[in-house]
Write a protein that binds this ligand. Structure first.
Ligand SMILES: NC(=O)c1ccc[n+]([C@@H]2O[C@H](COP(=O)([O-])OP(=O)(O)OC[C@H]3O[C@@H](n4cnc5c(N)ncnc54)[C@H](OP(=O)(O)O)[C@@H]3O)[C@@H](O)[C@H]2O)c1
Length: 212
């Protein structure tokens, strides 16, 4: 399928290469497509502007920096996102003052909600932001895949589509639907804990499993 990934950083490149390796037609979006000319994402991967990338994708993934996501998506263009599933995996983290980062949106709002408000006809699903890119693309490498991926969004059909795609693409098995897009607050505010888990365990190859 045609997949548009808004972003040119490490996450977009790893996701893009993994999806292209599975036979998908992937385009990465950036303000400077020339800087991805050396990127070897595979024969079925290409780079373009954010607008070209959003138009290309049957499904669009937001893998831009949290602080740049809104402007990257503005450049992508509202019409190209209309009616499409938009998987938002970005975290609103500000690294400008060093580590640990601070959250630019929190408590009473989230990046996921901000994106959904700005693009009301896009079907925004928050997912994948709670795991490192290594785990996003290879969940089985952690505890045999027996751990939890949180998702949220306003459209039940879009969430079902995303969980089905993540199962097919990467083998994700255990999803926990936290409800409407306002659950993105908790999913994003989990990041300070996730960063401490990384520090404590010495690896980003980690995740949590919710049990009852
Ligand atoms: N690292 C992980 O394992 C991990 C896990 C979960 C979620 N995430 C999230 O994934 C996202 C991508 O992370 P990353 O480390 O690959 O990249 P990053 O360094 O956080 O962001 C780079 C991307 O953001 C875009 N960008 C930055 N400022 C912008 C602005 N003002 N306007 C438009 N675009 C802007 C850049 O676009 P240009 O190419 O145009 O410069 C580039 O594509 C982040 O939101 C991060 O929180 C990361």
């Amino acid at each position: 399928m045609k997949i548009g990934i808004i972003g040119s950083g490490g996450v977009a490149k790893v996701l893009g290469a993994a999806l292209a390796a599975r036979g998908h037609d992937v385009k990465l979006g950036t303000r400077e497509p020339a800087k991805l000319s050396e990127w070897a994402g595979g024969a079925r991967a290409s780079a373009g502007t954010n607008a070209e990338t959003a138009a290309h994708g049957e499904v669009v993934l937001n893998a831009a920096a949290g602080t740049g996501s809104l402007s990257a998506l503005e450049a992508a263009g509202e019409e190209s996102l209309d009616g499409k599933v938009l998987v938002d995996l970005a975290n609103p983290l500000d690294f400008s003052k060093g580590m640990p980062p601070t959250m630019t949106i929190h408590n009473t709002d989230s990046l996921g909600e901000t994106i959904q408000r700005r693009f009301p006809r896009a079907l925004v699903v928050k997912a994948l932001n709670t795991v490192s890119v290594e785990v996003m693309t290879a969940p089985a490498a952690v505890n045999g895949g027996d751990h939890t991926l949180f998702v949220c969004g306003n459209d039940a059909g879009a969430k079902a589509r995303v969980t089905s795609l993540l199962r097919e693409w990467f083998g994700w098995e255990h999803f926990l639907d936290l409800g409407d897009i306002s659950a993105a607050r908790g999913m994003e505010m989990y990041l300070p804990l996730w960063l401490r888990l990384w520090g404590a365990l010495g690896t980003p190859r980690l995740n949590v499993k919710v049990v009852r």
